[in-house]
Design a protein around this ligand. Structure first.
Ligand SMILES: Cc1ncc(COP(=O)(O)O)c(C=O)c1O
Length: 383
């Protein structure tokens, strides 16, 4: 990867530009492989990495993780679970281990189990939000085997999970009577914390370690503690208690595979590259101080306030508040790019950007090498 990225992307798109619809999502596979290698290295060979696949949502990118030796991952939706199971089977990858890190309702659990049964070589674990949720799930388990279960611990985000003290108080009764599941792990996601909030993060990790010990005393062996996304993985990897227990500790950054504008500290620590870019065209110019491109809130970072992106190679162009299909850019004194000119945007938040597209175009070196379906959108029926 010696040429600047936008030069390679321009070369890749040149033969296709006449028929390219914009906005379009491009994934730079060289950058993906670079990022995966950097994270695997930081996680000591990848054994401590359980990436969340909600960011990539694409079999082609999961294959890159498998190629780098990553076998564990987590997902939130049943479409993501299906993608993991089918990719493990189609590539013949052994030892794949996926945690459904979302509190499924019993009907969704039944559907997930049906999927998992079609792919018995993949280890599928589920998440219990609370003792009552665990009990509610029992009836939905197929009864044939005991599915691995992680207890979701609320370490301060107050989104899902139950406080450590409540899990500890109820564990003997729960473990003694729980049918269809085996408690194997703790899940504590501290997505409310930023890179520098190490003291707050450590308090949560201490609570997880203490809970794992108390469960051990109660006869429930915790084999894995899974924490942390892209903004706190470093604090978790450096926490002596998590690393030093009888359990296996994993972190689950997913955003870092593609990176985005919000990943600043991780980019600096790991030398990450931006791997997901939106191609957009200039559709309007006022001839004075503004151009508008076709990448509004339905094309890039819909959950973020302005600026929702950065224009590669044009640092002066400043994104204003978008409408659905329009993104006005302040020219910052520049001569405006021509109408129809293609520009490359780096999203502020890549996960919600990828989710807006049905297909991404894959770039390797200077060429588009494939189309990659994305497990985006929601269906009304469980299958
Ligand atoms: C439970 C859980 N784990 C891991 C992650 C991955 O975090 P990130 O997107 O910061 O990589 C998320 C992100 O929302 C999450 O909800």
């Amino acid at each position: 990867m010696h040429a600047p990225q936008h030069t390679r992307l321009d070369a890749a798109v040149a033969p296709l530009v006449e028929r390219l619809a914009t906005p379009a999502l491009f994934i730079d596979l060289d950058a993906v492989d670079h990022n995966i290698a950097a994270i695997v290295g930081r996680c000591g060979g990848g054994q401590r990495w359980r990436p969340h696949v909600k960011t990539i949502k694409q079999a082609a990118l999961l294959e890159r993780l498998f190629a780098a030796g990553v076998r564990a991952c987590k997902c939130a939706t049943l479409d993501e679970l299906r993608m993991v199971l089918e990719t493990a089977s189609s590539t013949g990858t052994r030892g794949v281990d996926v945690l459904v890190a979302y509190p499924l309702h019993p009907g969704a659990l039944e559907a997930a189990i049906r999927l998992a049964q079609v792919h018995p070589s993949v280890r599928v674990s589920f998440l219990a939000d609370s003792p009552e949720h665990a009990r509610a799930l029992q009836g939905a388990s197929d009864g044939e085997r005991r599915w691995p279960l992680f207890l979701d611990v609320d370490t301060g985000m107050h989104r899902t999970g139950t406080f450590a003290a409540r899990w500890a108080a109820q564990i003997r009764d729960l473990a003694a009577h729980l049918k269809g599941f085996e408690i194997v792990g703790l899940h504590g996601y501290e997505g409310h914390l930023g890179w520098d909030q190490r003291a707050e993060a450590a308090a949560g990790y201490d609570a997880l370690c203490e809970l794992a010990r108390r469960l051990g005393d109660a006869g429930v062996t915790i084999a894995e503690i899974c924490t942390s996304g892209s903004h706190t993985y470093a604090a978790a990897l450096d926490h002596a208690g998590l690393a030093g227990g009888p359990w296996h500790h994993t972190v689950s950054p997913g955003t870092l595979v593609l990176s985005d504008r919000r990943c600043g500290p991780a980019i600096a620590e790991l030398g990450l590259l931006q791997a997901a870019l939106v191609a957009t065209r200039v559709i309007s110019r006022d001839g004075v101080r503004r151009i508008t491109v076709d990448a509004g809130s339905k094309a890039i970072a819909p959950d973020c306030p302005a600026p929702t992106c950065e224009v590669v190679g044009w640092p002066e162009l400043f994104p204003q508040t978008p409408s659905e299909e329009h993104l006005p850019l302040d020219l910052g004194g520049l001569a405006p790019p021509a109408l129809g000119r293609l520009l490359w945007l780096v999203p502020q938040h890549v996960c919600t950007t990828v989710n807006l597209y049905r297909v991404a175009l894959l770039v390797r070196d200077h060429a588009v090498v494939g189309e990659s379906p994305i497990a985006s959108g929601h269906h009304p029926w469980l299958t």
